[in-house]
Design a protein around this ligand. Structure first.
Ligand SMILES: [Zn+2]
Length: 303
């Protein structure tokens, strides 16, 4: 069942609960990139896989009035009619850089001090305008507080998923620098064998085109070594424990594959991936390739 606000709003009205989210977004509960029919992969390795993204404009109208599960405090939340998951970067751990939609896992802090997850809120009304506050986002410093005495496993899970992304940020920075340097080297090598041979008059009058760099599918595409810290390992193992509980097992299957992979547990990752069933999409194909290559690093990919 889709848990996005648009669907919940429809269900509150007694309708079917459908929404305009792409199917992949429904499955991932507004949490990750949406995989769809895509262009053919033009590269030899996962790091240059290009997939296409089902996109639609982010639109909302009015607000839902919702009550917090901890004390019943009332908040307003936007009623989304459709959402757009386009972003500047997509990573296999589900993180999106420069995303057009929030990239957290719905953890919020109530005015009473308790933490809750957006999906725990109950819609009690709909309105075009409201002076009620929005539920407060949780700061980085408060994530550890949220998991120290969690109200329930949903709160701990949301906090740990946020921490997972944040602890991978240092590696993302190293990855970007590594790939930029590698790509610059490839470009220089290409330009050395494809020099600009236009005459000076052609250059002056721009009568012919400058040779355009074409990345070769055979160029090196590597990434730096990924060595999770003790803090990361503790969080990764805790997440695996949470995601194997019946309450969460069916909602985070791809995340569990990725967690096993980052821990180097490739047999478990393969088993989880096969257990998803259905037709393999391009993202799952990417994970399969990474597992086969015994790669543990979070990987950036493009649609
Ligand atoms: Zn409260």
């Amino acid at each position: 069942m889709c848990r996005c606000n648009a669907a919940r709003s429809s269900r509150a009205k007694g309708r079917s609960g459908s929404c305009l989210l792409p199917q992949g977004a429904k499955r991932r509960g507004l949490r990750g990139p949406v995989l769809a029919r895509g262009r053919t992969c033009r590269g030899p390795s996962p790091q240059c896989v290009r997939l296409s993204l089902t996109s639609t404009m982010t639109r909302f109208h009015g607000y839902n009035i919702q009550s917090a599960p901890c004390c019943g405090a009332r908040y307003r939340t936007r009623r989304y009619l459709s959402v757009n998951f386009m972003a500047g970067e997509y990573w296999t751990d589900g993180y999106r850089e420069r995303s057009l939609m929030p990239n957290d896992h719905g953890l919020r802090k109530c005015t009473c001090g308790a933490f809750f997850v957006s999906s725990e809120m109950v819609i009690i009304d709909e309105t075009d305008t409201s002076d009620l506050p929005n539920p407060q986002h949780v700061s980085t410093d408060e994530l550890r507080e949220a998991i120290s005495h969690p109200r329930n496993s949903h709160v701990e899970l949301a906090a740990r998923l946020d921490i997972w992304h944040q602890l991978n940020h240092a590696y993302r920075a190293a990855y970007r620098a590594h790939r930029a340097a590698e790509e610059a080297t490839s470009r220089q090598a290409w330009e050395a064998v494809n020099p600009d041979q236009r005459s000076w008059i052609d250059r002056l009058k721009k009568r012919s085109r400058v040779p355009q760099y074409r990345p070769s599918p055979d160029r090196p595409v590597t990434h730096p070594q990924f060595t999770p810290s003790a803090q990361q390992l503790e969080n990764l193992y805790a997440l695996v424990g949470l995601l194997t509980k019946p309450a969460h097992r069916n909602d985070y299957r791809l995340e569990l594959v990725e967690l096993h992979r980052e821990l180097g547990q490739f047999d478990q990752a393969t088993s989880c991936l096969r257990g998803i069933g259905g037709r393999e999409d391009r993202f799952r194909s990417l994970l399969t390739t990474l597992i086969r290559e015994r790669a543990t690093a979070p990987v950036r990919f493009a649609y």
